[in-house]
Design a protein around this ligand. Structure first.
Ligand code: GDP
Ligand code: IMO
Ligand code: MG
Length: 423
């Protein structure tokens, strides 16, 4: 069997959690392959709203196994809180969750370093979620990191102390006050909690499951435009958010990738700093934020809003090898009579449909085209036949530009507000 990959095509928060939950009944295994608790994946069903950060979005389905792959970074404190919240809802996490021995640990000092770095950057800050993601991946590639498997070593505490001492040395270079004793006891307790989970060599396990005919869905975090290589560097996250990341983050070979399901909002949002060509700085942007409840699921920060950016979406479709598209939050545009889309950019008087290397402020202007809207409340629609013709035209337009079909359209946050167009 092959691994299908589901991932975001914009700057994150496209609705990955919702669609993974919708698609989970078609799979045996749901696996996260990168990122960490910078992610906030929202699921709404049966009157419950739940936000997951580290745990895969298949966790609510009894018959499915969930895997936190080697490419993920885990904060034991946040992980423990997530497990406790699920237990309170009656979800038995331990039997349904496997954790890779090779996943890296986020230390309290990684979070402090994240905060100190951002403070030093001042106005040029990345707008990080301050979850310690960047410093943890730096220690991974710098070959200093601690992994989940290390917590079973007899000298784990010494290894932890050695890394903390290195971090204290780094923190001394910043004008940053901290008190590690505020965070350390809870972290060490959470390590004990993690020891009781099912920790395995997940790359072996997943490949064996594929050989046995099991169906696997890899769940991305963040989005293509936040990718460490292809995103709007340096305003990116520190992992490979694209489909290639599913290979390295789970230990599956490229020829085992099946469908690549790319998710995008019918418009665009971004949280944190960095270029956003089609951003609306006016009351229309505010109206989009209000209608779409565009506030971060992890940090609560207001999301920046703008129209759909076709060249950026095309770029994300290309680098991911997307085979199926999912369009989210089309209902939010029900407040607008016309829906502009950014078709290309004006760079120094020249029109281009390629995002240039330099996207510093003022370098490029978006060129938009007005599309007829689909005013009204679309949240009660449950069948393809009920979709307004102008909304179908909008999707056909995008399908032609991308050369990929839109198989799913989402018209509300609940599991049931999802229309499957092509099976
Ligand atoms: P993720 O990080 O990609 O999983 O997305 P988030 O959960 O951070 O953000 C998506 C937000 O949009 C959440 O609040 C969802 O409940 C909500 N949402 C998802 N799909 C739809 C939709 O089709 N319509 C509306 N109105 N909200 C949606
Ligand atoms: P999900 O999985 C939206 C953004 C941050 C910041 C940049 C770097 O919910 O879609 P980091 O903490 O990774 O160092 O922050 O990336 N960011 C996200 N934005 N959704 C996310 O995840 C994000 N994870 C990180 O806002 O701009
Ligand atoms: Mg999110």
């Amino acid at each position: 069997m092959k691994v299908d990959v589901l991932l975001g095509l914009q700057w994150g928060d496209e609705g990955k959690g919702k669609i993974v939950d919708v698609l989970t009944p078609q799979y045996d295994i749901i696996a996260r392959f990168q990122g960490g608790p910078n992610a906030g994946h929202t699921l709404i069903f049966d009157g419950i709203k739940h936000v997951l950060h580290t745990i895969p979005s298949g966790i609510f389905h009894k018959e499915v196994m969930n895997v936190i792959g080697n490419g993920v970074v885990i904060d034991p404190v946040i992980f423990r809180k997530e497990v406790d919240e699920l237990l309170a809802l009656g979800v038995e996490v331990k039997p349904r969750l496997l954790i890779s021995r090779k996943a890296h640990l986020i230390l309290p000092t990684h979070r402090l370093l994240d905060a100190a770095n951002e403070k030093e950057k001042g106005k040029k800050k990345i707008g990080s979620t301050l979850r310690g993601i960047g410093p943890t991946y730096m220690d991974k590639t710098g070959r200093n990191g601690l992994r989940v498997g290390d917590i079973f070593r007899p000298d784990f505490k010494e290894r932890y102390d050695a890394l903390v001492s290195k971090h204290r040395g780094l923190l001394a270079h910043f004008d940053y006050d901290y008190d590690l004793s505020e965070f350390e006891p809870a972290w060490l307790e959470a390590i004990e909690f993690l020891r009781n989970m099912q920790v395995i060599d997940s790359e072996h396990w997943i490949n064996e499951q594929l050989d046995a005919g099991k169906r696997v869905l890899a769940e991305g975090a963040q989005g293509a435009l936040l990718d460490i290589d292809f995103g709007s560097y340096p305003f990116v996250t520190s992992s490979t958010t694209t489909s290639a990341g599913a290979c390295t983050g789970l230990g599956i070979a490229p020829n085992r990738i099946g469908e690549v399901i790319g998710i995008f909002k019918a418009y665009c949002t971004r949280v944190g700093s960095g270029p956003f060509p089609s951003e609306l700085h006016d009351e229309t942007g505010d109206a989009l934020r209000a209608a779409g409840h565009e506030f971060g699921a992890t940090t609560g920060r207001p999301r920046r809003c703008g129209w759909l950016d076709i060249p950026a979406l095309h770029y994300a479709t290309m680098i991911n090898g997307v085979t199926k598209l999912c369009m989210m939050k089309a209902d939010v545009l029900g407040d607008f009579d016309t829906v502009p889309v950014c078709t290309h950019y004006d760079v120094d008087g020249e029109q281009t449909n390629r995002l240039p290397y330099n996207v510093d402020e003022g370098v490029l202007q978006p060129v938009t085209q007005d599309m007829p809207g689909w005013p009204g409340d679309q949240t009660g629609i449950r069948t393809v036949e009920e979709l307004p013709s102008t909304l179908v035209d909008y999707m056909v337009y995008i399908e032609e530009k991308m050369g990929v079909p839109i198989d799913i359209v989402s018209l509300g946050p609940d599991r049931v507000q999802t229309i499957i167009r092509n099976s």
